[in-house]
Design a protein around this ligand. Structure first.
Ligand SMILES: NC(=O)c1ccc[n+]([C@@H]2O[C@H](COP(=O)([O-])OP(=O)(O)OC[C@H]3O[C@@H](n4cnc5c(N)ncnc54)[C@H](OP(=O)(O)O)[C@@H]3O)[C@@H](O)[C@H]2O)c1
Length: 243
């Protein structure tokens, strides 16, 4: 059975680990190429964008895939909508792996905003703000009226920070709660901003903010395509087994 796995997440690596070693499966994993040295994946791996919708459709038709598992990030909604639509056109079964979002407890001081543009209204002029959103969100967030803005990046940034009040901080996940507490404390962070990505990978910073009593702004997820969903790796593997 030929499977195309759209990767770029922890769940994708786990699925690749299981399917890549299953003798019944011929797995191709696809990475966007967003990080310069991605963690290794099992199965055949292709890297880089498809060059738009037609390029992806041609790739998928030529590959003769029996099913597509879309395990991209919940905020990578453009590739998810497009893949769902191409699968419908080609008559190929499509499954989106979509982990549940995070939910606040009584111990958390969280504010939800509908999208990146809503962040600025939650920021005060004297704050040090930590953007754990990745650099790809800066343009949509827009310049913040804060004393200092820090943005974490995996790879060394190609240019200077786009705003005068900002600075990059290098770091490759996963981070422990202790790492995150130390970072937030050492940098004097007053406000954490993150996407509501869900999952275990990014949870440590929220646990750290809770421990320090820091407020958090969470950006809601964008709309997702219709179609079948799996909340976990196990559910996705069950779906393949049923096919
Ligand atoms: N957005 C986030 O917060 C976030 C966080 C962690 C990881 N990621 C991962 O980083 C990648 C890019 O995210 P994004 O938000 O830029 O996505 P996006 O806006 O939905 O897609 C942008 C473009 O990236 C290419 N692309 C995305 N995923 C791909 C994949 N798995 N294989 C091949 N090409 C892919 C496609 O390029 P072409 O048009 O050239 O085909 C697509 O048009 C995703 O795979 C996602 O899982 C994203």
């Amino acid at each position: 059975m030929k499977i195309l796995l759209l990767a770029g997440t922890y769940e994708a690596r786990q699925i690749a680990l299981r399917l890549g070693r299953d003798g019944r499966i011929d797995l191709t994993a696809s990475l966007a190429g967003a990080t310069r040295a991605p963690l290794p994946l099992d199965g055949a791996v292709r890297v880089g964008g498809f060059g738009g919708r037609q390029g992806q459709q041609d790739f998928m038709a030529a590959g003769g895939f029996d099913a597509v598992i879309d395990a991209t990030h919940p905020f990578a909604h453009r590739i998810s909508f497009r893949t769902h639509s191409i699968c419908a056109a080609l008559g190929v079964p499509y499954l989106q792996v979509l982990r549940p979002g995070w939910a606040a407890t009584g111990a958390d001081d969280w504010t939800f905003v509908a999208d990146e543009a809503g962040v600025a209204a939650k920021v005060a002029a004297n704050m040090t703000v930590f953007l754990a959103t990745g650099p790809g969100s800066l343009a949509a967030i827009g310049q913040l009226p804060a004393a200092r803005v820090l943005c974490r990046v995996i790879d060394a940034p190609e240019g200077p920070f786009p705003w005068e009040n900002g600075a990059w901080r290098r770091g490759r996940p996963p981070f422990s709660v202790e790492d995150e507490v130390e970072f937030l404390r050492d940098e004097g962070v007053d406000l954490l901003v993150t996407k509501n990505a869900g999952g275990r990978g990014g949870w440590a910073k929220l646990e750290a903010a809770r421990a320090l009593g820091l407020p958090v702004v969470l950006i809601d997820r964008p709309p997702q395509p219709p179609g079948e969903k799996a909340e976990s790796v196990e559910t996705a593997l069950d779906w393949i087994e049923r096919l």
